[in-house]
Design a binder for this molecule. Structure first.
Ligand SMILES: C[S@@+](CC[C@H](N)C(=O)[O-])C[C@H]1O[C@@H](n2cnc3c(N)ncnc32)[C@H](O)[C@@H]1O
Length: 248
């Protein structure tokens, strides 16, 4: 299923999701008004960490997609932000935005029909020079990646064939006293994760069990998000977002 995130349609969905304003995302829709928070997800997961940790040194954004959270981290980190995603197309788009280029995003109205919208990452206070985007597999990260003050993994966990492999590496990736932000809607599907690899019960209980030896759970919140498919179809979900501190 990883090929899903190489498709034009998904690329355009994520460009709009990460960089579109609420007006741009809702254009042409007859939905009743939605709270602004549903359009702030890639910013909100980063904001949740900021109440715990003001200025991290090294940040790792795993499953960064087209990179919005990485840009958000660059606004307040004193060091570097590494954004890693399995999708080559997403990383190429994130890197083009990092270089200051504009991209064209197709905002679908219905079927394949839609209109083109320019997307750029001119986010106030962002420091693109501090960001590095690269392709990689969260279940098999390169050995020389080093350690991070913060690891952020938003809506990645339930897209992995072997979530256990990803979770096992986290203790070594986060420095003692450092932070982990794990957001997941818990949408476990066999297309992505075989039933035998899925949590046996609730995802938060599974995370407590797998992360508890290395991390202390500090906060859990449901953060909403809205992804436009076309003018009459939107995914409206919440992601259970947990903040963990690495034990010293
Ligand atoms: C549901 S999207 C979430 C993207 C982004 N973090 C967000 O919250 O909008 C899942 C992302 O994980 C990426 N992904 C899937 N499998 C991966 C893997 N094994 N390693 C790294 N990234 C992966 C996909 O390419 C996609 O960008």
């Amino acid at each position: 299923m990883s090929a899903l995130y190489e498709q034009d349609r998904l690329l355009h969905q994520y460009l709009l999701f990460h960089y579109g304003t609420s007006e741009e995302i809702l254009a042409g829709s007859d939905l009743p008004p939605l709270p602004n928070a549903v359009f702030q997800f890639p910013v909100a997961t980063v904001g949740m960490l900021r109440s715990h940790f003001a200025a991290p040194g090294r940040v790792l954004d795993l499953g960064c997609a087209v990179g919005r959270s990485s840009f958000e981290f660059s606004r307040f980190t004193e060091g570097s932000v590494t954004g890693i995603d399995f999708s080559r197309r997403f990383i190429e788009a994130a890197e083009a935005l990092r270089r200051g280029e504009s991209l064209i995003c197709r905002r679908y109205a219905e079927g394949h029909w839609g209109e083109d919208l320019p997307i750029h990452a001119g986010i106030e206070g962002a420091r693109p020079d501090r960001i590095q985007f690269e392709c990689g597999d969260a279940m098999d990260l390169r050995d020389d990646l080093g350690c991070f003050d913060v690891v952020h993994a938003a809506n990645l966990l339930c897209r992995l064939p072997y979530p256990e492999r990803f979770l096992q590496r986290l203790g070594a990736l986060v420095v003692p006293g450092g932070w982990l932000v794990m957001a997941t809607p818990g949408t476990w599907l066999e297309e992505f994760t075989a039933a035998s690899e899925q949590p046996p019960g609730l995802t938060l209980d599974y995370l407590k069990c797998r992360l508890g030896a290395d991390f202390t759970l500090q906060e859990v919140r449901e953060l909403p998000f809205c992804i436009r498919e076309h003018r009459r179809k939107f995914q409206l979900s919440t992601s259970q977002t947990s903040v963990w501190q690495r034990k010293v």
